[in-house]
Each structure stands twice: as C-alpha cells, then as structure tokens.
Design a protein around this ligand. Sequence first.
Ligand code: SF4
Ligand code: SF4
Ligand code: SF4
Length: 768
Amino acid sequence: MKVVEKKRTRRDEVDEIIRAEDKWEPIGHTPMPELPDLRNWDMRLLKTYKPFYAPMCDLCCFCTYGKCDLTGDKRGACGIDISTQQARVVLLACCMGMSAHGGHARHVLHYLIEKYGRDYKINLGDQVNVEAPHIRTVLGLKPETLGDLEKAMEYVESQLIHLISSLHTGQEGSALDYESKALHASMLDHVAMEVADIAQIAGFGYPASVADTPLVGLGWGAVDRTKPVVLLIGHNPVTAIPIVDYLNANGLQDKVEVAGICCTALEVTRYSDKARVVGPLSRQLFFIRCGIADVIVTDEQCIRTDVPIEAARAGTALVATSDKVCYGLEDVSKQEADEIVSSMLNQGKQVLILEPEKAAEVAVRVALELAPKRNKVLTKPEEIPDLAKDHRLCNMCSQVCPNLLPVGDAIEAAKNGDLQPLVDVFNRCIGCGKCDQECPRHVPIIKMMQAAASWETWKIRAGRGPVMDTEIRKVGAPIVLGTIPGVIAIVGCSNFPEEIDEVAEIAEEFAKRKYIVVLSGCSAMVAGMRKDKEGKTLYEKYPPEFDAGCIINVGSCVSNAHITGAAMKIANIFATLPLRGNYEVIADYVLNRVGACGLAWGAYSQKAASIATGCNRLGIPVVVGPHSSKYRRLYMSRKEEDDWTVMDGREKKLVDTQEPSPEHLITVVESKERAIVTMAKLCIRKNDTPQGRQIKLTHYISLHKQYLGTLPDDLHLFIRRASDIPIFFKKEVMPYLEKVGWQEKPVLSLPTLVGTYPSEVPIDAVVH
Ligand code: SF4
Ligand code: SF4
Ligand code: SF4
C-alpha cells in the first residue's frame, strides 16, 4: 500500500523554528506573523488613528510612465492616487530604516558567529530573564544562542522581500494596506534592533543587568587633541571594538584618543570608558573640519557621503569599513597592514578595509604616525575678521538655512568683533553645511564656528542596554495604575528646530515631575550637553534607574528595542500575559494601559520613521518635531468626532468611553512647549485609576498653564468622574466643567480593543 506523506505546512516550519515543543509559554495566535496576519489589528488602529498625509510633492516618478500628476483626485498611469502614493513612500522609508538596523544586526551576528560559533550563549546578566521581548512576542522564540538570533534575522529578511515587492508599480492599491505593511516592517525593525543589541551585549561583553554604568567624556572639547585621534563615525561597532582591543593589547590605551560621532560613539563607550563621545550627527561636519581627527573610520548609517572630500581637505586619513559605504575606494582588505599603512602615509591613500582587526590596526598605526606631523590649531576669535573679509551681507546663507537662522547677520557681527550672534547660530545649527556651500564669496562659515563653539566638556552615562526585570517588577503596577505618570522616551536624531539643549530641558521637566525618562542615540548625547549651576549634567544629577524621577541612557539606535521591550515586559512580568506569538494581546495591553510616550524631536532618518511606526503598532504614541512633517504622514484621531468605544474585558460588553486616550499615535508639534504638554497628555490611558488620573491631570494642567498660559481646552474629555479631578486645581476646574457642560463618563478596569474588530484572539486572552 502506498504511504501518503503528510504535507508539511508553514505552521510545521514555524513550530520547528520556534521549538514549539518547548513549553515555556503557550503559543499565541500569530507566531512569526506574515503580512496579512496582523492586518486586522492595524486596520483597527487606523480606524481611530487615521493617516493624515502632507505630501512633499504631488508628482510620482517611480516608473517610466511618469512623471504622473497626482494632484486633487487625479490618478497616475498605474491607477494610484496621492494618498496611496504617500503611503507607499512611507513604507519605502520604513523598509529602508528596518534594513539599516537589520544590516547592522546581520553584520554583527556574522562577525560574532564567525568568532564564537552559532551555539554561543546569550547572557544578559542575572537581572534580565526576559531577554528578548520582541523576539519572544513576534516570533514566539525564546532565543538562547547567537544561532537563535540568526533565525530571527532570517524571518525578518523573509518578510522584507514581500514588503519591498509590494512597492513595485501595479501592486498595492490601498493607502491603508500600505500603512499596514509599514506597521509590519516597523514591528520587524524592533526585532532587528533587538537582535543587534543582544548580539553586541553578548558578544562584546557590554554592560547588562547594571544601571550605574560609567560616566564618560562628552563633547568635542573632551577629545585630547594633543594625542593621536581616531574618530569613528556611524553606528556599527564591529571595527570600533577591535580598535580598543588593539590599543589595549599594545599598551596604547592612554596614548591614543578614540572618539565617536553618532551611535558608534555610544557603542564604543559601552566597551571602554576611555573613549569619548564627540556629539550628535549635527556636529559631524563641524568636527571633521576642525581637523582634530588624524584618522576617520567610517562604518554605516548617517555618515556624510562627502567624508572622503572633507577628510582630505582637513588632512585627515580615512578608512572605510562597511560594504554599505565604500566611497569608490580600493578594497585593500587582502593587503598586509604594513603595505596599507605605507600607502596611506606616503601617498595619502584613502582605503576600504572590510576586515575589522586589520582596519583597527591600520587606523591606530596611521594615527600614531600622522599626528605628530599635523598642526591641529583651531580658529581663534582674532582670526575671524580676516576669514570674513570677503563677506558682504548678501544673506544668501540665511536664505538656505533649514532652521531659518540669521547666518549672514551673525557673520557680519563676528566680523565686527561680536561673536555672540554666531554662538547663537551654532547652538541652533543642524550642521547641514548649506550656508557654507551657498556663500558666493566662499566665506568659511563652518570653520568660523570653531571660534564660536563652546569647548566645554560634559558627561554622558554609557548605554545600559535592557531594562532589568527587577526594575519592571517595581514600577509595573504604578505605571499601569497611573501613579507613575508616564514613561517618556526621548530618542532619535539631531535635526532639531531650535537650541540643542531643548532636549535636556524636556528631559529634566519630566524627571522633576517623577516620570521615568529614557533616552537613546543622538538625543541621549545632547541631553548631557547642559549643566546646572553646580556644573552637573542630567546624568550626574538624576539616578540611572528605570524608576520615577530617574534618567537613563539605554544606548544607541538599536538599543531603542529595549524601550519598547520594557513596555512589553510590563505586560508580561507585571500582568503575567504570555508574550509568545501573542502580539495583538501585548500591543492592546500597551495601548490601553501602559502610559508611555516617545519623542523624536530631531528625527530626520528613515530609521527614525520605522522606529516610530514600530512604536505605533505596539500602541505607543510618538511626538515628533517640526522637521518631521516631511515624513509626510501622521496617525491622528479627531478626538471629539471619533468613536472611542472599547470592550470592557471583565464585563465583556462594549462601552463608549468618550475618552480620546491616547489621542494620537503620531503627531507633529512646532515648539518645545507644545511637545511637553502633548507628551503629558499622551501618557493618559483608559486604565488609569482615579488616583493615577489625578496625578496625570495635575501634570497636564500645570504644564499647560506653565507653558501655554491656560487650562487645556480639552480637559473635560479626560475627566471621567469627579474623583479624577486633581485636588490642587479643583477650584479652577469645577467652573470650567460647568461651563462646558461636562458629564460623567464610564470608568473601566480592563479596557481592550479585542472584541471590537475581527480577530482570532478571544477576549479572555486579555484577562489576567
Ligand atoms: S508608479 Fe504609477 S504614478 Fe508613479 S510614475 Fe509610474 S505610473 Fe505614474
Ligand atoms: S552668503 Fe557669504 S557673503 Fe553672503 S551674507 Fe552669508 S557669509 Fe556673507
Ligand atoms: S550649517 Fe547650520 S547655519 Fe548653516 S545652513 Fe545648515 S543649519 Fe543653517
């Protein structure tokens, strides 16, 4: 008799990958979800938080049918309309962002697996048992080894090919479906970031299970330019770590300065507290032109594409080390180090070296040889009149400045001996270099800023990686009940609209009010660039725990996964909800019960777009600064018109809460003041107890009065019962409520969206 072999289904494959037989938690409804699997969750979110599109351009030129005019209700030759085209561009950005983190993760994994093997164990210390909340929740896998992290990356990559495919002409025809795909790509971004950072922590021995990480030098003034200086630019530590190892192995750790710009700086300071953080991305051009670096080592992401030109002008040697950023340079990876060093020193050759240990040796040796021959003199104030001698106040520089800075007037004042206006310009400069490029008289504006810049030094706490399970146990209840008013996550790049120290002001405002403040990336750096009257930075002033009134730096861009991961851990550790393949339940919990809000005040990159969109799928609202309107899309409710019905999970009945909480998933604001007030409001959740709501409203009201001068005009929407009214403001609030005709609203102890949209998840799954 013929034996018919049982057909192997995708679920069989998934079960094998996630080791389904290992019963650490029951498997939820969506282990390793594919594009359509969380689509209903997305559509439910998008029903309340509708995409709002602000096109940068009404044309499409994606294919050879174009350019197509998409204004009004016109459609392109392929049938696409303007909204769907915007959503397509958003998905493209999210795929790029996710791929950048994923490429980083792959590179780190590849390097570490080659070094230690696939069976190398992941160990995040004795305080972190839930090691990978994203991988557990999205895939359903509890990773134990580098090989398991590789499985997570293989899954992410398999999804990416479908996502990119949908961008092709003549594919998706719905803006909402493109948004669902963007949410999918961005959820995967957090998986990829988690893979990258866990691999780095495990493989490079970064700190984990410790809050009190070292304070390290911050600022361009912190770099000792009397020593040879190796400057790292980018995000990937695969070459940075061997540089530190080479210095240590050769007794050079006190003889050579290792400094970094952007996230590689944050990575290397997790490995060595002797390394320096120069500053954020926005100081890249400024610092390169200072000529302090003897050798620049580039890796990947957010590096100026003209680094070879700028490095050559500054007399700085260049070693590129990433296959993503080759600059057209000769790949000398197979040459002997002696030969490469000689060609760099004698012929001024810039090189590509894809072998990290060799790149490290070459960079250090070239720096040691080159430094004594270089003259690292900064522009002095007395040189300014001469540098500005050709300036004629045509103001062409001011006209191209994206931050509308009065550059021409500042140069005029500096020429006449008053440097203060140039100091003010520098503090609000995002380092694009457009002014300098535009000047018809070739006034070296960026060079002149050396005389205006503060050469003060600051401190930043080295990135600490994941939030510990012990910390979650302590703060889980107060966050969910609302008595810790919220978790404020300040993340992302340095395309700031105003002074660089606004980030520190925002962080301190919330820390003083006993919110939990977490930072990462360039925002973590600029938060350290302000001192109080006693000369202390925020990192020296506030405790480094994940607790009320504390400020922590989780680390680089990829460490952002630990911030969203902390919200997931609250659902798991405090509420005992299983993570495994249980994305909808966890996201629903976070949306309705975890009062967290992100701020990407200077977001500029595609990575920031996918990080934010990934937060949104998980139910975490994000506020972005004015430049971020150029991302083209927000997710906003129309608070009084929308339907705020949710399911009462205990009673199992639909309840119209009439409460727009959280009001938006991603929104743009124009000022620091608006950002602060909006974030306080976006920490309000339906689950707040009366005591918790009183605390949150106390901050919302007092911040609104402090920064905008009045009571909030939507206050009545967030008061459910009289017991929600903050006692301190009762006298003021009661007449207001009477005036607007306020009425009581329902209070729920277990609000959930599950049960309000088609889903395989039963309501009981959210009950704990
Ligand atoms: S993709 Fe569509 S809208 Fe764009 S250029 Fe081609 S036909 Fe025109
Ligand atoms: S563009 Fe050049 S010449 Fe004109 S105002 Fe600016 S610095 Fe002066
Ligand atoms: S480099 Fe700074 S001052 Fe110059 S245009 Fe850009 S933001 Fe404005």
